[in-house]
Design a protein around this ligand. Structure first.
Ligand code: ATP
Ligand code: MG
Length: 241
């Protein structure tokens, strides 16, 4: 990808949305490049998940544009954005309760046309070190393996960007370290753009190239983590708010 295209790889401009009769997001502008890890932090209720819902195509914004590879994609639904290379994960890792791991991965392979070969699923499982037996019932999976199953389903489609909503939620420190290593590999070796929403700022320390801070539906700061932590606005809204 040349520099000019990389400039317009993925961004949103002037995004706002009302939910339940209230303005939840106001004038949100972000951009991310291939291979970059962008952290979005903010306290509970800041609007982080709502933003991911808009970027992934599940919610429709009131104003503004979502741009991907130089194209305005406002009218593309979730499944189409997924097909175009925009993957996402959810804050709560919900897996189909009635299926086994193997059946889930098969369904994921068959959600594309043409169907993906089983080797693509195996490759994606390898990337995230997802090692359980494919005969295992999904209901038996712990949180970490649920997250890995969903990541495998996303990665087999070879996304160019992954939008992740609190991927570390419900995990212990050793698991978080493993996720960080995986995300570093995906971004730095495979050149995937990784947008991570997180409410604990310390979790982004080792992984984010750049951080955007949201509070009450607005972006209040942006930069590297050190600048963010020392920003008085952030201290007030985030640490003491
Ligand atoms: N579908 C909805 N209808 C009405 N209000 C909503 C809806 N979704 C979110 N909200 C409200 O929008 C605000 C932002 O919610 P959102 O889930 O985007 O925040 P968040 O930053 O992801 O929070 P958390 O850190 O708790 O996950 C909250 O006040 C929430 O109650
Ligand atoms: Mg959220």
């Amino acid at each position: 990808m040349n520099k000019e295209l990389a400039k317009n790889f993925f961004s949103c401009k002037n995004i706002s949305i009302d939910l339940g009769g209230r303005e939840i997001l106001r004038n949100i502008n972000i951009d991310i490049k291939p291979g970059e890890v962008l952290g979005i932090i903010g306290p509970n209720g800041a609007g982080k998940t709502s933003l991911i819902e808009i970027l992934s195509g599940r919610y429709k914004q009131k104003t503004g544009d979502v741009i991907y590879k130089d194209q305005v994609i406002n009218d593309k639904p979730l499944y189409e954005r997924a097909r175009m290379g925009i993957g996402r994960t959810y804050q709560t890792p919900v897996v189909p309760e009635e299926l086994t791991v193997g059946e889930t991965l098969k369904a994921a392979r068959q959600s594309t046309k043409p169907y993906l070969p089983v080797t693509d699923a195996e490759y994606a499982a390898d990337l995230v070190k997802f090692k359980v037996s494919w005969d295992m019932a999904n209901t038996k999976l712990e949180t970490f393996n649920r997250r890995k199953l969903l990541m495998t389903s996303v990665l087999m489609r070879e996304p160019d960007i992954i939008l992740m909503d609190e991927p570390a939620s419900g995990l212990i420190n050793a698991e978080i370290d493993e996720i960080d290593n995986t995300l570093r590999m995906l971004s730095k070796e495979m050149n995937i753009a990784v947008l991570i929403v997180e409410h604990r700022i310390e979790l982004l320390e080792t992984i984010a190239d750049r951080v955007v801070v949201m509070d009450a539906g607005e972006i209040i700061a942006e930069g590297n983590l050190e600048d963010i932590i020392n920003n008085p606005k952030v201290k007030e809204a985030y640490f003491e708010g």
